[in-house]
Ligand binder design. Structure first.
Ligand code: SF4
Length: 511
């Protein structure tokens, strides 16, 4: 079902390492995570505390600069951001292609060596081969996502020139659209001042409105012209592709073309312009709100930063009150301070602050964990209603599987920085395939305790993410562990439609 939906975020091989202070040693909080998150879904992310799920939420939002991997975002077009990394890739096209060929050669040699080894020696070489494959693939994606099959063109100079032309027009469009946002604010201000003056029986400054309107019109005309030029360049790029359509090499790389924006490669300022799309609701409603700001200021702060309104604009107050009502906050709370509220109310304020920016993707990080059970249900219902009204996409992070059961479309289970199982929510509960998921489910308290039920206790602590166990990271605590588990990292494989698991002896094979 999910395949028909639009992917909003495609996360590939995301790594988030933190230095320990000792040379060459890192806390591997996220160690090669790959997931697609679909527009409009709630993706539940579960695992014991310390498994890296909160880090993953923050890494996707680029609160941390991710160590490695790609985080493709499809909520905006590349023209809207015109990221600098695209220009850099095109400018260095030949250099990058040469690097890729070098890595391909290295990989082929390593593969030949690997194939000659016996099974047990292959175990030892497995990781090296995996890393080499990844490096070669990354170098390929770097170029192929932008130019596609044209990377095998005989005239790379022409390819480079036309893609640079396209990029420069996109950058021009971006600058014009920023100017447009400013001019629109001016125009709205002037029109609003005129309306207010007329309400008071005064004539108001009609000239200011006309001037602002003229500037706005000129800017829109300019943007339409740039868009026309962009269409023309794109038509020329299509013309370059046409004669190559029958070349199998061309077709092979054409499939890699990708219009997403790689969040991991954006600069600080580029990322800032996307911040309103990507929001975070924190676990702790006590410390996440500024104690010296009123509710109105807290909710309005982002609107000013993103130029939705100017400070002290009456229309902003109207918008803040609208969002407050949507989040179940009474209008007389507007001038109150966070300490005057209960935990549940503060969490509503935090939600209102995020939602005021009209985001597309919201990470809810243990958003209900600090609340009483009865309040938890209210906040979950609120999040659900808001999602339905605004087609939001959630990454719902929690250590408690029972919390995500009803609200998640799909659930991902994490262990020690890796995704070990990922499936539609019901499948996780009805047919868990990973021993760790089985253990987490077993830990959920039930009302009717089955007399014959033998609780499957997870023995031992989570190992250190600085020096995780070799092979399957869960092998030190898994009762099904065999030799291969201690040596070979199990890949996350799709074993039934939409059901992925990383285990050498998944549970269905044992039942
Ligand atoms: S790979 Fe082996 S150790 Fe890891 S979960 Fe599966 S059976 Fe257990």
């Amino acid at each position: 079902m999910e395949n028909k939906k639009n992917v909003l975020l495609r996360i590939s091989n995301l790594k988030q390492y933190f230095p320990t202070g000792k040379k060459g040693m890192y806390v591997k909080a996220n160690d090669g995570i790959s997931i697609d998150i679909y527009e409009g879904e709630t993706f539940g992310l579960v695992g014991e505390s310390g498994c890296g799920k909160s880090t993953l939420g923050r890494a996707i939002l680029q609160v941390y600069k991710q160590t490695d991997g790609r985080t493709m975002y499809y909520g905006r077009s590349r023209d809207e951001i015109a990221p600098g990394y695209i220009k850099d890739t095109i400018k260095n096209l030949e250099k990058r292609l040469a690097k890729r060929q070098e890595l391909d050669k290295k990989l082929a040699a390593l593969q030949a060596e690997y194939d000659k080894l016996d099974e047990s020696a292959q175990y030892a070489k497995h990781e090296e081969l995996r890393v080499a494959k990844k490096e070669a693939n990354d170098a390929l994606l770097d170029v192929a996502t932008i130019v596609g099959g044209l990377m095998v063109s005989k005239d790379l100079g022409a390819v480079k020139a036309i893609f640079l032309e396209e990029y420069n027009l996109a950058a021009k469009l971006r600058a014009a659209s920023l100017k447009h946002a400013d001019l629109k604010l001016h125009y709205d201000d002037a029109a609003y001042a005129l309306k207010k003056a007329k309400e008071k029986g005064k004539s108001g400054n009609g000239n200011a409105v006309q001037n602002a309107k003229n500037k706005l019109d000129a800017c829109e005309k300019n943007m339409a012209e740039i868009n026309k030029q962009l269409d023309e360049v794109r038509a020329r790029i299509d013309d370059m592709r046409k004669p190559m359509q029958d070349d199998p090499e061309f077709r092979k790389y054409e499939a890699y073309r990708d219009d997403g924006i790689d969040l991991a490669r954006l600069t600080y300022n580029e990322m800032r312009s996307l911040r309103n799309d990507l929001q975070l609701i924190f676990q702790d409603p006590y410390s996440s709100l500024n104690a010296r700001m009123t509710v109105g200021q807290i909710i309005g702060e982002g609107m000013i930063a993103h130029k939705y309104f100017r400070r002290n604009d009456d229309r902003m107050k109207e918008e803040v009150l609208r969002v407050m009502e949507q989040c179940g906050l009474a209008d007389y709370f507007l001038h109150r301070y966070p300490h005057q509220f209960s935990g549940g109310q503060r969490q509503r304020i935090g939600i209102a602050r995020s939602l005021a920016l009209k985001p597309k993707f919201v990470v809810c990080d243990e958003a209900v964990s600090a609340l009483d059970v009865s309040i938890q249900a209210q906040i979950i219902n609120l999040l659900q209603d808001l999602k339905d009204q605004q087609n939001l996409t959630y990454l719902f992070i929690t250590h408690d599987l029972s919390v995500v059961k009803y609200i998640s479309d799909r659930i991902g289970v994490m262990y020690l920085g890796s995704m070990v199982e990922l499936a539609p929510s019901q499948d996780i509960f009805d047919q868990p395939l990973h021993p760790y998921t089985e253990a987490l489910l077993d830990a959920i308290p039930t009302v009717e305790e089955d007399a014959n039920r033998e609780p499957l206790v997870l023995e031992g602590d989570i190992p250190s993410p600085v020096n995780p166990p070799s092979g399957c990271k869960f092998h030190t605590r898994c009762k099904y562990c065999t030799e291969i588990c201690t040596k070979v990292v199990p890949e996350l494989e799709e074993v039934a439609p939409g059901h992925f698991v990383a285990c050498h002896h998944r549970l269905s094979e044992k039942k």
